[in-house]
Design a binder for this molecule. Structure first.
Ligand code: ADP
Ligand code: MG
Length: 339
């Protein structure tokens, strides 16, 4: 039997913490980060931990620019802290290298340092070994109380998303790499000029972790997640954790002009829904909080788009311009496919 990655976690790892109950673990497996309170801590300040790994030829071509690989490895982790509304404290790095190459290492370290400096998140330790190229980053951050979790969405809440969606999967196509949407979408690569290709390369390797937005929205939004598996799947995680459903209005999905060049409107919407690796934030919030959230985002220079509403039920459905439900192929990226 072949299991999905979520099934593997549920069946083999989800019960592991239950054997060691800890009064300090306030949030375990199942959100963008785990949260601890610290012994003897007087305020409800929580320590947040999250880890994401990148494997060569799975998450990036092995010969990709080392600075870009480093940047992406840290950015995707910071994005999980952003989703929690956490303030970064530092990170550790588990690096497996096929060989020691000074030029590669210098470029990798420079990429890492630039992003770490920008987000005041220093490298504080790690581990180094020889083997196929593999990068594991674990980030640490703090929240006042719960920060932002996946389980607070309520019926009637509005669903918003930062930035634009779908560019990362389009970037993979522009690198002439296979994507999980190849059977569904045919990207028009002939339409791209050099500027577009540079834009897509940045979207993939240099996603902007929305750390400040997450921090500013903590306490104001009801639930949040970062978009790593595609909006449809990730909003689905919020719905499952909150015991609600959601409706997304397809024509509201924020799509870049480059993606619009590469795909016709309906296909671009599918890329935005199913693509993944966008590392934007998706929040749910009470309607009377929308103006405030939009003002915060505007202040930070981050687009924040209203894309849907939380409703009763379960799962995420999508509607077209006429308001009718549109069937969407289920095709979020999964490392392991259920057979
Ligand atoms: P994200 O996309 O936010 O990085 P994932 O989809 O990778 O989150 O993981 C979902 C949840 O499962 C997270 O809470 C994560 O910490 C947990 N998880 C993932 N892999 C493992 C594992 N091997 N053991 C325990 N928990 C895991
Ligand atoms: Mg996440």
């Amino acid at each position: 039997m072949s299991r999905s990655e979520f099934d593997i976690i549920k069946n083999f790892f989800a019960n592991c913490p239950a054997a060691f109950p800890s009064e300090h673990v306030k949030l375990g497996i199942g959100d963008d980060a785990a949260q601890f309170t610290l012994p003897h801590s007087s305020v409800e300040l929580r320590f947040n931990v999250s880890m994401d790994t990148l494997a060569a030829d799975v998450h990036f071509p092995a010969d990709a620019n080392p600075g870009l690989i480093a940047n992406r490895a840290l950015a995707v982790n910071l994005s999980d802290l952003a989703a929690m509304g956490a303030t970064p404290l530092g990170f550790t790095l588990g690096l497996t290298l096929p060989r020691s190459d000074d030029l590669w290492l210098q470029q990798f370290a420079d990429g890492l340092t630039a992003l770490a400096t920008k987000h005041h998140c220093p490298l504080v330790g790690g581990n180094l070994s020889r083997g196929p190229l593999h990068i594991a980053v674990q980030v640490h951050g703090s929240t006042q109380g719960e920060g932002i979790q996946r389980n607070g969405a309520a019926v009637g809440d509005i669903v918003v998303v930062s930035g634009v969606l779908g560019d990362a999967v389009a970037a993979l196509a522009s690198f002439a790499l296979p994507t999980h949407l190849d059977t569904l979408l045919e990207f028009d690569l002939g339409s791209l000029n050099d500027e577009d290709r540079t834009y897509l390369q940045r979207a993939y390797y240099d996603p902007e972790p929305r750390v400040e937005l997450g921090q500013a929205c903590a306490g104001r939004v009801s639930a949040g997640i970062d978009v790593s598996d595609g909006l449809l799947a990730d909003l689905g995680h919020i719905c499952a954790a909150s015991g609600v459903g959601a409706v997304l209005e397809l024509q509201r999905l924020p799509i870049s002009s480059v993606l619009n060049k590469m795909l016709a409107t309906k296909k671009a919407q599918l890329a935005a829904l199913l693509g993944g690796d966008d590392y934007e934030l998706c929040f749910t919030l009470a309607p009377d909080r929308l103006a405030e959230a939009q003002a915060i985002a505007a202040e930070l220079g981050v687009p924040l788009t209203q894309v849907g509403v939380i409703e009763q039920g379960s799962g995420v459905r999508c509607t077209g311009e006429d308001g009718e439900t549109v069937a969407i192929p289920r095709s979020a990226y999964q490392h392991f496919h259920q057979e």
